[in-house]
Design a protein around this ligand. Sequence first.
Ligand code: DP6
Length: 328
Amino acid sequence: MKCLHKMIEVTVVSPANIAFIKFWGKKNPKLNIPFNDSISMNLSGCTTTTTVQFSDKLKSDKIIVNGKEVGGLGNDRVKLILNEIRKMAKIKLKAEVNSKNNFPSDAGIASSASGFSALALAGSVAAGLKLSEKELSILARHGSGSACRSIPDGFTYWREGTNNSSSFAFSIAPPEFWDIRDLVTVVSKEKKKSGSTEGHGAATTSPYFWLRIKNLSRRIKILKSAILKKDFDTFGQNLEEEAVDLHVMAMTSHPPIFYWNSGTMDVIHAVIKMREEGMACFFTMDAGPNVHVICRGIDESKIKKVLEKLPGTIFVISNKPAKGARII
Ligand code: DP6
């Protein structure tokens, strides 16, 4: 970590990510340290753009998200990151943070991942710090666990670690490594009733939680090697099983959480039908109703047409693998 002590306005674009191996349950909720390793891909079409400036003219931090000044939990987490940055940079100045998503917030597309990774990079550079990729991933994780995977490029691996400094994400393949797509099929734009933070809290109350953890290292090995070998069918089968396991855990926790709606089921059935007809595509979801349909680049337009015609589909966002957070 280097400190240059020069206050500048910094703008960063950072991608959301889709997890193929999910982060579900926290062994240290304060530090967002997970029970298991996870694997994800950064999304080119779902980004947050964040501008940060520290200034002696501000009496308190000003946080604007999608044009509105925010308070509450989102605000607390932003302040937590800003306080860490101030501590590292040894400054007391307040900051103005202006953040915009190009996709619906809180609808199962990880706006917290793109948001906190953008904030970690923009805030630290605006405060004159020069953090390494590992330090940025750790800082972003403090805002939201999955945000640590949006710092490195392309396909990323988050090693759970045992403490603050050993839990961070790194790249296992650059974005151009594999021409695959994530077609995010949006079936609801409403704010989720239960966020993922609540789900993490209830995770260990599911009778399936420890069973999944027990079997997970095998699935992680298979899925990681399928990515590196570009074995699409093995990759797809495993990411789909993992998605179903996540939702089985959510539905069987206390209290249970049902993230899916009828549109979600329509997309699942359409994916299975396309597969029966010989088209390689697989589904996954995070903590929300929207479905991420994973396919090869060459099949994108055919599959997208089918998804767009489903009765519950509002729109479909095409994503390629993307770079991590970057200054613009
Ligand atoms: C289902 O990273 O959003 O999307 O740390 O509480 O902000 P917090 O949780 P978050 O959890 C993501 C859960 C998930 C799976 C994943 O992205 O790995």
